[in-house]
Design a protein around this ligand. Sequence first.
Ligand SMILES: C[S@@+](CC[C@H](N)C(=O)[O-])C[C@H]1O[C@@H](n2cnc3c(N)ncnc32)[C@H](O)[C@@H]1O
Length: 200
Amino acid sequence: MDEQFWEEMYRGRDQVFSGAPNGVLVAEVTDLPPGRALDVGCGEGGDALWLARRGWQVTAVDVSRTALRRGAAAGADVAGRVAWTHADLTSTPPLPGEYDLVSAQYLPLPRQADHAALRGLLAAVAPGGTLLVASHDLADLPPDHVGGFDPGDFYQPADIARLLDDRWAVLVDETRPRTAPAPPGTSHTRDTVLRARRQP
Ligand SMILES: C[S@@+](CC[C@H](N)C(=O)[O-])C[C@H]1O[C@@H](n2cnc3c(N)ncnc32)[C@H](O)[C@@H]1O
């Protein structure tokens, strides 16, 4: 699941995602006051644009230039509020302490023994800021799942919750039904969600 994988995935279709914001983001962020947000693995930008239209200043990061171009094209109305940024989170950590919200929605972040990329992501949350991570519930994958990858190789929200120290308050660490139907061709009916607040 490197840059080439994602670039080919996006180039293979004119549009991959619906353009609507993810249900987890809407549920957890609607009541937060706008500030600076980092959307990692932003894809075609549905979440970044929703945040920007609600007044957030957004840095939207992805390894796929095609996805970023599509996001920028869809967001001419909020062009000044989204910085579309090409970067690989596993090699380029975000700016530390910079963001009131760090959101990773269905980002496949590979596990590392030293958790370097994950720690970089956590460090990007400003004091008092929010970390929001959503993944598909692995229990929804069919037993004969053969996607060419092992889902266990990637952090799940509960893994990340276990790695948070006492500088964090875990507000949500749960599995729950998706608010939107399963994406076409998938069996995803539930999300696993971590929401945590970095102590001020
Ligand atoms: C399953 S898609 C989710 C896209 C979007 N968050 C959404 O929910 O519609 C995962 C996204 O993460 C991006 N991605 C994967 N690995 C990445 C990495 N190491 N650094 C930055 N982006 C990455 C992919 O290009 C892809 O756009």
